[in-house]
Design a protein around this ligand. Sequence first.
Ligand SMILES: Cc1ncc(COP(=O)(O)O)c(C=O)c1O
Length: 291
Amino acid sequence: LAIVSSGNAAASMGAHAARAGLESIAMVDNQAPLSKLAQLSVYGVKALVINADYSRIMELFISARDRFGWYDCNSENNPFRFEGNKTCAYEICDQLEWEVPDWVISPMGTCTGIAGQWKGFKELVLTDFTTETPHLAGVQAEACSPVVTAFRKKGKTVEPCEPGQTIATAIKMSNPRYGKKALQSIYESNGDAETVTDGEMLEAVKLLAKEGIFSEPAGVAPLAAAIKLVEHGRIEKDQEVVCVVTGHGLKTPEIASSISHRPSAIDPRSEDVEKALQTHRECELKPKFHS
Ligand SMILES: Cc1ncc(COP(=O)(O)O)c(C=O)c1O
């Protein structure tokens, strides 16, 4: 089994390959955090870290796939990926006791996720499990947002963009394979699309943590976007919104450490406990990160 990945899909493939006793190979770009590479390593994935962007890595992958006869797990070339992603729609409705939320907001990278979800929501109506579909909203990092740009121009296709820097590396996709399908899903569902800055994502990481959920930046982009869409009146305050949180915060430890403090060790004395609590209070008053 083989895939091109920012790290998360490769880990998923690696876990399943390990369970099935199959060899697996992943091509990842050189921005993949060590925590994601560590997962590949424990599952026994042969990880090839490549100094190139996604499109170039994909070209390289295709020639290697054809040369070595790999089974291609990329959503670009494998329709079963949509079948996997559509189950997100099933899970959302199942967990809401077959009620359909007003909005579902998802991060967009290759856009397989949002397009797969749209397939899933439509199938639930076709099979009479639900009677309506939600509005879908897609989110990209401001520094790399070709689908949102196309949506703002009411376009039907997506032009590749020149990507800037963003902490949301998992969705940094300058030429998304299913950008056109994402636009279709958004238009058909009477949905929306929005960008979020790195600062907005970091603020949303802290906000979501108050619910007991720790997300990586790409995974929290929907919450950051929900706040904007409500502020701009594009989502009504009383509407039910599901934000799809796609990646755990420990997947990007350098981001986690940029918004957290390492407490100094103290001696086991009551007065030191009191002083340490005071330091914590002072830290809370002085947030480390400002958007
Ligand atoms: C954490 C996370 N969120 C979102 C995405 C984007 O999903 P898709 O490529 O299906 O649009 C990815 C893709 O790798 C991801 O790793």
